[in-house]
Design a protein around this ligand. Structure first.
Ligand SMILES: [Zn+2]
Length: 195
């Protein structure tokens, strides 16, 4: 990414689970750090898979992050705790409420580079707000693919599996700490149970 004006901008890194979103986010943060730019990273309070203050990828790398409340206006804490950092990273954006869109816009308008990573689709294959709104208002969007665990083709969807069965369409969109698992799947192999 390069500056085309003197303003800030928003970058979105999206795709299914296991598509390498967080790894790509961390790669960009490392590049910024090497260039001597200051970085602030944030993660929602809902996600404690890798500890309360670390952005972690499945590949094992990590970055220290500030945990902010994902509900309601809690994401405005991002603006409050910033201390002049040039680059602002927000991981797991799909877990934030809609005010995240306004926060990203405000930070970019104030001259910052904002990098947001998150799922674009729910386990049902529906748009996973607020990520679609971030995509629409961003300057740059990268949609990454995983590999379908069934057929090996590029995967754009996240398959939720509960007790060995595809998840039912009526399950909650977000469940934390429950006994489910996930796979990357292509459109053909992605299954949402309706019966
Ligand atoms: Zn497939």
């Amino acid at each position: 990414m390069h500056a085309i004006t003197n303003s800030g901008w928003v970058e979105v890194i999206t795709g299914s689970m296991f598509s390498g979103k967080t790894e790509e986010l961390l790669r960009r943060l490392r590049r910024a750090e090497i260039a001597g730019q200051s970085v602030a990273a944030f993660t929602p309070a809902i996600d404690d898979r890798f500890g309360q203050e670390t952005l972690g990828s499945h590949a094992g790398s990590s970055w220290q992050a500030t945990v902010v409340d994902n509900d309601g206006a809690g994401v405005w804490d991002v603006v409050d705790v910033l201390d002049g950092e040039e680059v602002v990273a927000i991981d797991e954006a799909n877990f934030f409420d809609p005010p995240l869109v306004d926060v990203a816009q405000e930070l970019a308008s104030a001259g910052r580079r904002v990098i947001v990573s998150g799922l674009d689709q729910t386990y049902r294959g529906d748009p996973y707000e607020p990520v679609p709104q971030l995509i629409a208002t961003a300057e740059y969007v990268d949609k990454l693919q995983a590999i379908c665990t069934i057929c090996g083709e590029p995967a754009t969807r996240t398959q939720r599996i509960v007790d060995g069965q595809p998840a039912h369409v009526d399950e909650p969109t977000t469940i934390v700490g429950a006994d489910e698992s996930y796979e990357a799947r292509c459109r053909n192999c992605h299954v949402v149970r309706t019966e």
